[in-house]
Design a protein around this ligand. Structure first.
Ligand SMILES: [Zn+2]
Length: 171
């Protein structure tokens, strides 16, 4: 299943690269040490685009620089190094997500209710963590319908994403 899922995500991503470009609905922000000026410039032009920020990997002072922007903000966490989440226990997932949420809430001085998992990889444990930490919206790639049902079953709201990019893809 994981292999099929991984293939689907990669294939859709390839398609997106071939198809005419549209503005993404969200940016996964992971390399702010290199991309901060580009991210700021893009966000000023596109104030509706959501910033999904990897709070555990970016320098705090760079994240803080984004707090003057109007763009909505959510948390993006790389729970595992790849799409495989099997065997990552509740405590580890909880610590990573809780830490990231706290950082963003402090720096942006607002409630953080949106979550997008790294590599679009989540499982039932992740959902439990998100629910317990008070998240409302869980972003999922539009081809991953199994995850959409899992999110809904837990009483959370899925946000189906088809156009996204990484901060390092911005020109
Ligand atoms: Zn990521």
């Amino acid at each position: 299943m994981e292999r099929i899922r991984k293939g689907l995500v990669k294939f859709s991503w390839l398609l997106l690269k071939i198809l005419p470009e549209g503005t993404p609905t969200e940016i996964h922000v992971e390399k702010l040490d290199a991309t901060l000026p580009r991210v700021k410039r893009f966000c000023i032009e596109h104030p509706d685009v959501m910033l999904m920020i990897e709070a555990n990997e970016n320098p705090l002072e760079s994240i803080k620089e984004l707090s003057s922007l109007k763009n909505p903000v959510g948390l993006h966490t790389h729970i595992a190094l790849e799409t495989e989440l099997v065997g990552v226990p509740y405590s580890r997932q909880h610590d990573l997500v809780a830490m990231g949420k706290q950082i963003l809430a402090d720096l942006f001085d607002r409630q953080i209710e949106h979550f997008a998992p790294g590599f679009w990889a989540l499982n039932k444990t992740t959902i439990k963590v998100l629910k317990n930490l008070g998240f409302v919206y869980v972003h999922t790639y539009f081809t991953l319908s199994r995850d959409k049902w899992m999110i809904e079953d837990a009483g959370l709201k899925p946000v189906l994403v088809s156009r996204y990019c990484h901060d390092f893809d911005l020109r």
